[in-house]
Design a protein around this ligand. Sequence first.
Ligand code: MTE
Ligand code: MO
Length: 555
Amino acid sequence: MSIQEQDRAVSAGSTAAGAGRREPAWPAGLVGVAAGAATLGVAEVGAGVAVRLLGATGTPSPLLAVAGAFVDRTPAWLKDWAVATFGTADKIALGVGIGLTLLVVTALVGALGRTSRALSVGLFLLVGALGLGAVLSRPDAMPVDLWPTLAGLAVGTAVLLVGLGRLHGRTGAGLPGHGDDPAEGPRPAGGATPGPVAGRRGVLLAAGGVGVLGLLGVVAGQALTRTGRVAGAAVRALGLPVPVRRVEVPAAASATVEGQTPFLTPVDDFYRIDTALWVPRVDPATWTLRVTGLVEQEVEINWAELLEEDHVEAIVTLTCVSNTVGGPLVGNTVWTGWPVRELLARAGVRPEADMVLSRSADGWTAGTPIEALTDDRESLIAVAMDGQPLPAEHGFPARLVVPGLYGYVSATKWVTELKVTRFDADEGYWTPRGWAERGPIKTASRIDVPRSEARVRAGEVAVAGAAWAQQRGISAVEVRVDDGPWQQAELAAQPSDDAWRLWSWTWPDAAPGRHQLTVRATDGTGEVQTDRPAAPAPDGASGWHAVEVTVVEDD
Ligand SMILES: Nc1nc2c(c(=O)[nH]1)N[C@H]1C(S)=C(S)[C@@H](COP(=O)(O)O)O[C@H]1N2
Ligand SMILES: [Mo]
């Protein structure tokens, strides 16, 4: 009997016996959810095995593939909103969003099975096809990456068919046992038991069990996948180049006020922004960096060769274009690396080139104006931050660091290729997604102390923060209370124009009540930070950072 025939038999049976009584939707919905969970459980465990044991290069996990495909299609305003709302937890938020969507969709698909099992299975497979398409659309995808999802769909479809069949009093084809329970009473001639059958409870329990197992599979599969991708202890054991030039970080550059951001951001606190849903695990033994495109000759270097070159240290503040005024997506550290300009010189850049499209192991790209990589600024192929190998999530084994440009147009992590090209021929990942083609960093300043909405004691109040204008440096920072006059802040030392400059100011006579503190910086060229507010998209936020504080009576 085909599915359609069974359907007809089922509806005929239930109308005859049920006399118009409509079955509730939720048991069938639960079966749909169980089928979805079973699919994902099998697929994610399979994906974990594919990544861990079989060395898959693509994204065999349908969940990560869908999430990745979604991220790639995120318009600027949505990315902006997500980062503003969830900060660096945006990936978790995305995971929760996908989970809830799947819950609703599979429940609906299951509930439709009351009317037509064929329709239910058809829609179920359609959703599965979207997952398969997402897997195939990922960078480095191979047809073999499809098997975990296909295996999951086979199991999920079986769960759906059997669950719906039993729920509607039909014995699934080749499934003995059902209906033999005398408690279910006599079976009508059509072979269908009437209405909601006594076996329903069993079906629901089974569906719940399958659902839980499926979820466990998802958790286990994700754990397998992720640990499989993160560079392990072997990474730490690798030697690092001894820099031919070291930087001094003078004590006078340090924070002076408690709660102020430290001059060097601890690696563990360094913000992380990327489109990678799993951290690419790049094996330095097979890693290479190629220079291609508009060059006299293509050049390729491997890890051992890179370590042979003359590395230097540079203090560079990295900033994300998505950072809001006063936001946290900025960090400062000492980078160790080989100047990009030396690698490009080896390849010989042709005069018509005006951009370098750098590409990462996971297919992400950044378009950087060529002069930022060939002039005398300290643009590096960085292999270390704060004297340690790059953590996997910050680009191990090598990434680009380009002073003066937002990360999205320059700071390619897990970098594998530099394609010398032109802006009119190529574009970086974020450009077609609504972000500007070029992203020079705007002068910015931030109040860290006191925090917004803090309560402080009347009298002397320490105010402190950081300001940055990479490549230009900071020459002044001013603070204002309410609409009062601008006051010069004290500046810490600035060992590099590419690093932020810490500042502090003592508010001498904070009076009880609510007050607003505002900060603005002047860059090294004498230009004052603009007060014109702008959202991060398309080329970086602007405007003055202000905090509201409540001053309370000193007792
Ligand atoms: N491969 C890759 N590199 C990337 C990105 C990315 O999505 N993929 N994001 C860029 C962006 S937008 C920023 S702000 C910086 C952030 O670097 P961090 O995570 O080390 O702080 O990395 C850049 N490099
Ligand atoms: Mo960014």
